[in-house]
Design a protein around this ligand. Structure first.
Ligand SMILES: O=C(O)CCC(=O)C(=O)O
Ligand SMILES: [Fe+2]
Length: 183
């Protein structure tokens, strides 16, 4: 199994700008809030759910075909749906935005069915420092490419993190594909 896949230009630079503009137009919420308590040690970022943004339907339309094809060609996972809203995240240097090591498979109805995670780099690499997306699929930690519009696709159980942003702002788009439990 490939530890992770990269899909260059999953979104064009103009599309990346459009997603950032849509998310910044409305309120974003603190992603460090877990059941009413703050967990800023784990994650410091602001997020918006794509489903809540008006006129963002084209984003999922674009990503679903791409990810389904990549899965068929390289992963071969049994996927049934993209049953969860994608998430736009903003990691700013003003509070060292980051996301500590974690896997995306959680306890909820949806999070427990996550099989593939897809993270699109929305920012130009020149717009921030730090903010590396790192994956730990085996004995080595690997850094995802930073190219704008590039999507990194990996099994949702793989540990990953975003290192603290030390200058500028990093934006990302994360989506999940779901299916029957791994067996
Ligand atoms: O923003 C990123 O690059 C990763 C986001 C992430 O890991 C998540 O939302 O679970
Ligand atoms: Fe994650």
């Amino acid at each position: 199994m490939t530890p992770f896949l990269t899909l260059p230009e999953a979104l064009s630079p103009e599309d990346c700008d459009r997603v950032i503009a849509l998310a910044s137009a409305g309120p974003m919420r603190d992603a460090g809030l877990v059941r009413q308590t703050t967990e800023h040690r784990i994650r410091r970022a602001e997020i918006a759910w794509l489903d809540d943004l008006p006129e963002a339907g084209w984003v999922m339309d674009r990503m679903i075909g791409l990810v389904a094809r990549a899965n068929r060609e390289a992963m071969g996972f049994d996927l049934t749906d993209f049953g969860e809203s994608a998430q736009v995240a903003r990691y700013g240097a003003e509070r060292e935005g980051h996301f500590d090591w974690h896997s995306d498979i959680g306890e909820g109805q949806l999070a427990s069915r996550r099989k593939l995670t897809v993270v699109v780099q929305l920012s130009d690499p020149g717009d921030y420092e730090g903010g590396a997306l790192e994956l730990w699929p085996d004995s080595h930690v690997r850094t995802a490419p930073r190219a704008r519009g590039l999507a990194t696709v990996f099994p949702s159980f793989v540990l990953h993190r975003v290192t603290p942003v030390t200058a500028g702002t990093r934006w990302s788009l994360t989506l999940w594909a779901h299916g029957p439990a791994f067996r």
